[in-house]
Design a protein. Structure first.
Length: 458
């Protein structure tokens, strides 16, 4: 891709999409705040995800579970014992990083692709030693041995320190759907096959590579647990249907270029032991193809684990046959922040001919559908007419007002935040009730009657 991560981060800061978290006090690494434009873009992505995967389907319900959960949940899921990354330290400059990232980046620079997920600590050590992989910071080869560190954030609940109980910030949204499976069954009229969807924050104490909002300590997920009876529904068919749905959401709903997407199947080595099939939908970010969306057939592992650890019955009884069983599940899980970064990267366009930067966002994603400008701000009749147009448009679409500076600078500012249409009220408007509508992508302008303006920017 021609766009660089520096291009995106500069635009994001300049136009209020993303700020460094706690910047006033020096900032916190791998944490970000979303500014006015970023908050609007994230909200539009969330709303489209929810509409597509919950509101527009008859076989889905939603859930919003707590971000703090009982320690036993994470013991049952295997996160306490096995939710860990392989960490390594340079003895010379004391930089700490993930061993898999060190190895994969080393091979990438050599023009090779090396996936090491699933390898043991000993295998990672051996590979680093064999290749004599240097520290990317100081260039020396003086590493500690690779060791594990857990990614969960512990939380101590209670007023008195001596009586506090251990809980965890959730490392994924999925477990909230599994532990509420019986509640959903008992309180709704759902029948298999059906899915439970959740949007929300998760937390992982990761050592990240600094790829902007791609991997952070606090992030947002959109996860679905789709439950079914494997004797009545072929998992292979469901799996392919979900692949198609995910692809269409990325390419049609979000408008992302198909050539920047690909599917990658997990190898036996990297796939979780309980998963029969796992694939990642990857996007070609400025730093290469990386996971955007995962799709896993998790069998009945999760519900069975919670049955074992809680001693509670989480089985399903078929209303027709009275057969009692533990449902299987297919899980499509996406990072909302990764969708956000993908959308920015895919929409970023440097228009050399007109010397401008444009975010060619799908108009359903853009923070604003239209911007309204009075040509001049010192003519009361023009300003009043522009305010009337602004009020009319704002009742139908997210619309912004701007009367500062010359008209050219106002256009360029809206191009950079992705506003599809700019509407200018000028002297001719006072004569014939028409306005100038400028198209973001082509920069072409046309006169439109005010009565037809809502349709023109639809």
């Amino acid at each position: 891709m021609s766009v660089t991560l520096d291009d995106i981060t500069a635009l994001a800061k300049r136009r209020g999409f993303v700020y460094q978290s706690s910047e006033l006090y020096g900032g916190l690494a791998n944490l970000y705040d979303y500014g006015p434009m970023g908050a609007a873009l994230l909200r539009n992505i969330r709303n489209l995800w929810w509409k597509t995967f919950v509101d527009d389907r008859d076989d889905m319900v939603g859930l919003d579970a707590s971000t703090i959960s009982h320690a036993k949940i994470w013991e049952a899921s295997g996160h306490v014992a096995g939710f860990a990354d392989a960490m390594i330290d340079c003895k010379s400059c004391h930089v700490r990083m993930r061993a898999d990232h060190l190895i994969e980046d080393y091979f990438t620079k050599k023009g090779k692709e090396e996936k090491v997920e699933g390898k043991s600590l000993e295998e990672l050590d051996a590979l680093i030693a064999k290749e004599k992989i240097p520290c990317p910071t100081c260039g020396k080869h003086t590493w500690t041995t690779v060791r594990k560190f857990n990614l969960l954030f512990p939380v101590h609940l209670g007023i008195l320190e001596e009586s506090q109980s251990l809980a965890y910030l959730r490392g994924e949204t999925a477990q909230g759907m599994f532990v509420n499976f019986k509640n959903v069954l008992d309180s709704t009229r759902v029948r298999l096959p059906f899915g439970v969807a959740q949007l929300g924050k998760s937390f992982r104490n990761e050592i990240t590579k600094g790829n902007f909002v791609f991997r952070t300590l606090e992030f947002e997920q959109g996860e679905i647990e789709y439950f079914f009876d494997p004797e009545h529904t072929k998992w292979e068919t469901l799996y392919e249907e979900w692949k198609k749905t995910m692809w269409e959401f990325a390419t049609k709903t979000l408008g992302v270029n198909k050539s920047n997407l690909r599917w990658r199947a997990h190898t036996d080595e990297e796939r979780s032991f309980y998963s029969k099939r796992t694939e990642d939908l990857e996007y070609n970010y400025p730093f290469g193809y990386k996971e955007l969306w995962g799709l896993a057939y998790r069998t009945d592992y999760d519900l069975s684990q919670h049955i074992k650890f809680s001693g509670k019955d989480l089985s399903y009884t078929d209303p027709q046959s009275n057969k009692k069983f533990v449902p299987h599940v297919i899980e499509p899980a996406v990072g909302i922040n990764r969708l956000f970064l993908m959308v920015l990267a895919d929409a970023y366009w440097k228009d050399d001919q007109r010397r401008r930067i444009v975010l060619k966002l799908n108009k359903t994603l853009a923070p604003y559908r239209a911007a309204v400008f009075p040509l001049v701000s010192n003519k009361p009749e023009i300003v009043a007419k522009a305010r009337s147009v602004y009020t009319t448009l704002k009742s139908a679409y997210p619309t912004v007002w701007d009367d500062r500076g010359n008209i050219g600078k106002r256009y360029l500012a809206q191009d950079e935040i992705g506003t599809p249409f700019c509407v200018t009220i000028d002297y001719q408007t006072l004569e014939d009730n028409t306005v100038t509508v400028r198209d973001r992508d082509t920069a072409e302008q046309q006169r439109v009657k005010i009565d037809e303006l809502k349709g023109a920017v639809a």
